[in-house]
Design a protein around this ligand. Structure first.
Ligand code: PLP
Length: 285
């Protein structure tokens, strides 16, 4: 696989980053994941805009321009012959000196790396046909998860908790018992013609897929309600689903051991997945 490091395209085994990099020592960095379908980038614009926001919130700058980012993503897709898959992009604050809690001067360039993952069946993943089963666990992440940092230990522990419980994912719940989001996706329930998902704030990532799906839902005459819901409300809903760049719209068929609706992927989630894939494929660049 050919990967990208600070302007160079290299075989993955030759890529090097300093052990003093603050991304490595302090999780001082941000990332984006963009899907590739038909060799094209899905919602690249949305991902770049969010990357810029994450960087600004942390007083960081991107070592390359938006145009260079696009060219680099396309180059990686081409060099690795990706038809379906993902591109992972990470920008860290770098570090020219000794380990220190103080940020290095803002004009020193950070570290930028990117790599592809080839996933030939991304659009028709078997999991989309059966749906995800989820458990809920307390949301013990820091309070600025709207910034897409590489600090993913707790989400990773959430995935492990799900795995140990024999299910696919964990949904996090806040102190009031309301669902914030999944380990790496936004969470929704469906009641009749209404799609309910938590309102934007510092306690969820502002999903790029979420924004697109809510837009398509409104265009398809669904009502969209942005508010918190509990696991109990999800269990009693007609349907549930999760969204993320890597899973698009994923039906959720079980919450904490109880089936949601029929216990099978629901018609609304299935339809939104189809609309999302159709529309985003058309708009891919
Ligand atoms: N929420 C969290 C915590 C995530 O990590 C992700 C994606 O990685 C999402 C939501 C979904 O965001 P997007 O649709 O932009 O992929």
């Amino acid at each position: 696989r050919t990967v990208y490091v600070n302007g160079d395209y290299l075989p993955e085994g030759d890529a090097k980053v300093s052990i003093f990099d603050r991304g490595f020592l302090m999780a001082d960095g941000v990332y984006e994941v963009t899907s590739v379908l038909d060799g094209k980038l899905i919602d690249f614009d949305g991902h770049v805009k969010r990357l810029w926001r994450s960087l600004a919130e942390l007083e960081m700058t991107c070592p390359v321009s938006e145009a260079e980012l696009l060219a680099m993503h396309r180059e990686l897709v081409a060099r690795n012959g990706i038809d379906q898959g993902m591109i992972y992009l990470q920008v860290t604050r770098g570090n020219p000196g000794d380990r220190s809690f103080v940020f290095p001067p803002a004009d020193l360039p950070g570290t930028i790396v990117a790599f592809t993952q080839n996933i030939p069946n991304l659009a028709d993943a078997p999991a989309a046909k059966t749906g995800f089963k989820v458990i809920t666990i307390p949301d013990l992440r820091w309070s600025r998860v709207d910034i897409k940092t590489v600090q993913l230990l707790y989400p990773s522990m959430g995935k492990m908790a799900a795995k140990k419980a024999g299910v696919d994912d964990s949904w996090f719940t806040d102190e009031d018992g309301a669902v914030t989001e999944g380990t790496s996706n936004n969470a929704y329930i469906v009641k009749g013609n209404r799609i309910i998902t938590r309102q934007l704030g510092n306690d969820i990532l502002h999903g790029i897929t979420r924004a697109a799906v809510l837009r398509f839902a409104e265009e398809a005459q669904f009502e969209v309600e942005e508010r918190a819901f509990t696991a109990a409300e999800a269990q009693g809903a007609d349907e549930a689903f999760s969204t993320a760049a890597s899973i698009f719209v994923m039906p959720v068929v079980e919450v904490d051991g109880k089936p949601v609706g029929s216990g099978k992927p629901g018609p609304v989630a299935v339809r939104l997945r189809e609309i999302y894939l159709d529309e985003m494929r058309k708009a891919a660049i």
